[in-house]
Write a protein that binds this ligand. Sequence first.
Ligand code: GDP
Length: 196
Amino acid sequence: MVIKTATFVCSNTRIDKLPAPEMPEYAFIGRSNVGKSSLINALTGHRHLAKTSQTPGKTQLINHFLINDAWYLVDLPGYGFAKASKGSRAAWEKFIRRYLLQRENLQCVFVLIDSRHDPQRIDLDFCYWLGEKGVPFMLVFTKADKQSQAKSDGTIAKFHRALQQWFEEVPQYFLTSAETQLGCEQLLDVIDDINR
Ligand code: GDP
């Protein structure tokens, strides 16, 4: 898929204020600092569409971007930031869960995982929860340029093994880099396929 237009639509803290669910929607989510904003910018070819390196967890917003006047790319707030209070974590969970469970035009959630690190409990728990609730999701391993292919493959294999305990079929995954654009075309092609 070629991205011809990518425009910011709105930021929301309330799910009842989201754009009308008239177009297919794809959400991106992951731990704070996983490289989500960088990947969104790389995918859309806009250097500043999503704001990178914000203070982790400061803004808990759902950001909608309209792509090619045909589908929404949704930037969900990052989870698992160390400094978050219990209260703000609980509020995040409630807000995101409601969004993920209620958004009728949501086609797929892309769960971003840092390809440099061993599986983290918080990521695995989140995937398990999505699977349990029947929310379609795929895995996107980020920052592949930061280490060897063998190291990334090792992380992916460990993640696979962890998920195999729960899922008969392990979700589709991508290895990506916002720096080199690795995996970006494949990811957009999958969105294209689902949209058809
Ligand atoms: P977010 O908090 O998940 O939105 O993460 P950001 O996109 O702000 O990225 C966090 C940090 O990782 C920034 O310093 C980025 O420059 C860096 N980063 C993100 N993606 C990549 C990547 O693919 N390769 C490299 N080398 N650095 C990256």
